[in-house]
Design a binder for this molecule. Structure first.
Ligand code: NAD
Length: 419
């Protein structure tokens, strides 16, 4: 019988509880850094351009601002819940601490499937979201960015909505990252998460003495993060042999033509039906024999049910919380190397931080500067986590959590007593 999957919030609570035990945190401190500062639901019902009224639930969670304003993307899916957003906001707290940017953790959600919406209808929903959460957004409060279901034009509408309704141009301070470059966005932000994933894989290969050009990669998810990561690792000579998305999957043991696959997916909305490959059941994607598996889609995908069937030696968690705690225990028993999400996909928030600083200073970084800083930071933090895991006999997830949680506890402690 199928057991229910652990939720993102359960996964995040379990990871923190284990870190708290390893770090000997007292119960009050554990609870303080576990509970979100703010957790809200707003219900609204915008009228779309065709006259239809849609009921939309909006969620915002600011988990922590110990290290700076809350930072985290906007997830727009049909089934996102306030608990999911709370779990993802918590993960952002550890991610920003680990990658070393002066932000706390936040996340927001729009419970509506964006796929059938016209660009005009989506803009109406994004503007309704912005008006609803305006009091909770700002350079010193919470700075959103794209996540599943949202993109840079949505960030442009958020910026415009605040600017328009307040009669200001918002050139001082950064209200949202992942914007188009013309509106103060940074070059390379869209690619940053996917490229950051590949920098951690290159660093892992260096440690294990693996030849990247001989690697066979399997990827779940071919959206913003997955498609960039696939194209990038292919440039290093690795073969991406299988890719799945929510509608289907494709495999070619000689390596997929990633540029061709991207064109097909852009045209049809899915990798399904790509003609230079064999179709594969997306539910079986994790069972394909490969060197590196990259989950780059939804949460809670690697579970107690399928972790035993994974045939990769390395898992690079491009998605947020793709592995449930019970799935993770099996990966640990099987000695599969896992590059944990809070490290692996932190390139996006790191380049968001560069966007935040360039906007505050009215500067524009070049793509060479952005890519160099991203490469250096990902490698540096990978080595910190990898060496700590070896020294302490921990998995990379455990080592990463211990480093991140210790930083947040230190910030709480040195800030002193409330109020
Ligand atoms: P996206 O919406 O652009 O793409 C998501 C992809 O996953 C699509 O190909 C979709 O079809 C596929 N998918 C969704 N559910 C699936 C399922 N059950 N099985 C197989 N495929 C499925 O989203 P994205 O921005 O690429 O984000 C992907 C993951 O990376 C998410 O977990 C997100 O939280 C995480 N992430 C994104 C960023 C970023 O900068 N966009 C940063 C950090 C982490």
């Amino acid at each position: 019988m199928n057991q229910p999957k652990d939720s993102i919030l359960q996964t995040s609570r379990r990871n923190l509880k284990q870190a708290a035990e390893r770090l000997n945190l007292d119960e009050a401190m554990h609870e303080r850094i576990s509970r979100p500062h703010e957790r809200i639901e707003i219900n609204t019902a915008p009228v779309l351009p065709d006259g239809e009224m849609v009921n939309v639930s909006i969620f915002v969670v600011r988990h922590s601002d110990e290290l700076g304003p809350a930072k985290g993307g906007i997830r727009m899916t049909a089934d996102v819940t306030l608990d999911d957003i709370a779990g993802l906001a918590t993960e952002m707290t550890w991610k920003t601490a680990l990658i070393g940017v002066p932000f706390g953790g936040g996340k927001s959600g729009i419970r509506l499937n964006p796929a059938p919406l016209s660009p005009e209808a989506k803009e109406v929903v994004i503007r309704a979201f912005t008006r609803a959460v305006r009091r909770h957004i700002g350079p010193e409060i919470y700075i959103p960015a794209p996540d599943m279901g949202t993109n840079e034009s949505d960030m442009a509408h958020i910026r415009d909505c605040i600017s328009y309704s307040e009669g200001i141009s918002i050139t001082k301070g950064c209200f949202v990252t992942g914007k188009p470059v013309i509106l103060g966005g940074i070059v390379g932000r869209r690619e940053a998460t996917g490229k950051g994933v590949i920098y951690t894989i290159l660093a892992m290969c260096e440690q294990l003495g693996l030849d990247v050009s001989k690697l066979r990669i399997v990827m779940q998810g071919f959206g913003n993060v997955g498609s960039v990561a696939a194209a990038d690792i292919a440039r290093y000579g690795a073969s991406v042999i299988a890719v799945s998305d929510s509608k289907g999957g494709v495999i070619n043991n000689d390596g997929l033509d990633i540029d061709g696959l991207l064109q097909h997916a852009n045209k049809t909305g899915s990798v399904r039906g790509f003609e230079h490959a064999t179709q594969v059941d997306p539910a079986k994607i994790f069972e394909i024999d490969c060197d590196i598996l990259i989950p780059a889609a939804a949460a809670s995908q690697i579970t107690v049910q399928n972790a035993g069937n994974i045939r990769a030696g390395i898992i690079a968690e491009a998605a947020n919380a793709p592995t449930t705690p019970r799935g993770d225990e099996i990966l640990k028993e099987r000695n599969i190397h896992v590059i944990p999400d809070i490290l692996c996909n932190a390139g996006g928030v790191f380049v968001s931080y560069l966007e935040y600083t360039q906007e505050t200073q009215h500067e524009q970084m070049t793509i060479t500067e952005v890519e160099q800083r991203l490469a250096d930071r990902m490698k540096e933090r990978f080595i910190e986590v990898y060496e700590s895991s070896k020294e302490k006999g921990l998995t990379m997830r455990e080592a990463a959590m211990d480093i991140a949680v210790s930083k947040v506890v230190e910030a709480v402690t040195v800030r002193g007593l409330l109020p």
